[in-house]
Design a protein around this ligand. Structure first.
Ligand code: SF4
Length: 331
């Protein structure tokens, strides 16, 4: 059952979304907290409690609204209506920010956040693109809050700017009939079926992700695709070839027409190793001493030579199937 318990900042309950959530989850215990960033009884839990922590929901008010300039796919990374996530991908980047407290936090002051987005967008000379999903998975969040539905039509009312967000989930039905007016770029993250099943715990299967991407393109959304993170297991060549073959066979013409693929190699850290060893003792180990090297602050990445070989292989296989300008970037 999700959530098993809600931790909340009392101020959150004076917002309309706070009231809706109170009603929606009235049957589970609600525990008042002072600050969503510092819940001592959760921070002090052992690593083995990680899956149990993921079944909690935190409701608060976002206080930090600083936009971070970004050069990859958007102009700014924007802190939006949630951070953290109730899924449990074994490499999740959120661990580096929140350690084992990477549970789903919902921020109820969405009016304030959307207002800033619209204001910033309208004041800019050119169209800006705002990445609103860099801190959580908004499609998953939307099943609880309907925040994407709420946001997309309101943002698209104006004649300027774009929103974008990536996801590993397929629950896009509520988005299909929205008046998005071409102002939203929906990006689906893909990985081989075996990796999704064993590593991206709690996310949607590949075929559903592909379906969702095709449906969004069919509904007129601009779309993109991530192959992320690339994980170099023993059988990585076979697995990624299988993924590319499936994508080639099943992506719709609409998706293929404007395909911009982001390829991101996995980074890992000692924090992931510690949590995964205790919380998921039977899961595949993602740290590979032979293939990985330290890159400072407890993080690991693939050794330059291993990575260069993988980049060359993937670039060749992707361009063979989807054309020479299909890759947006590889990092
Ligand atoms: S779906 Fe995304 S945010 Fe959620 S656990 Fe997986 S990588 Fe992290």
């Amino acid at each position: 059952m999700f959530p098993e318990k809600v931790y909340y900042e009392p101020a959150a309950l004076s917002y309309p979304l706070g009231k809706t959530l109170t009603e929606k989850y009235r049957k589970v215990p609600w525990v008042p907290i002072q600050n969503h960033n510092k819940i001592d009884e959760l921070r002090t839990q052992p690593n083995s409690a990680f899956p149990a922590l993921k079944r909690l929901l935190i409701v608060g008010v976002r206080k930090t609204h600083r936009y971070v300039p970004n050069a990859k796919i958007s102009d700014f990374l924007v802190p939006y209506t949630s951070s953290g996530c109730s899924a449990m991908c074994l490499y999740c980047y959120l661990i580096c920010h929140y350690n084992k407290c990477s549970y789903l936090r919902l921020f109820v002051n969405r009016e304030e956040m959307l207002e800033k987005l619209k204001r910033t967008s309208m004041r800019a000379q050119a169209d800006l693109t705002f990445e609103i999903g860099s801190n959580s998975d908004l499609v998953l969040e939307n099943t609880i809050t309907h925040n994407l539905e709420w946001t997309i039509e309101r943002f698209a009312e104006q004649e300027k700017g774009f929103l974008t967000f990536p996801t590993k989930f397929n629950m896009v039905q509520p988005l299909l009939n929205l008046r998005h007016r071409g102002r939203v770029i929906f990006r689906m993250s893909m990985n081989p079926p075996e990796i999704i099943q064993k590593v991206e715990l709690g996310t949607s299967p590949l075929e559903r992700r592909i379906d969702a991407l095709n449906q969004m393109a069919g509904a007129g959304y601009r779309t993109g695709l991530l192959i992320a993170p690339v994980i170099l297991t023993e059988s990585w060549k076979r697995q990624y070839l299988e993924l590319l073959d499936i994508l080639e066979a099943t992506l719709s013409m609409q998706v293929k027409r404007e395909l911009g693929i982001e390829v991101i190699f996995m980074t890992y850290s000692y924090l992931h190793r510690a949590i995964n060893a205790e919380a998921f003792p039977n899961a595949p180990g993602l740290f590979d001493r032979e293939r990985m090297t330290g890159r400072g602050r407890g993080k690991y990445c693939y050794r330059p030579q291993i990575r260069a070989e993988a980049e060359e292989f993937l670039r060749f296989e992707i361009e063979k199937r989807f054309g020479s300008s299909s890759i947006r970037y590889m990092v």
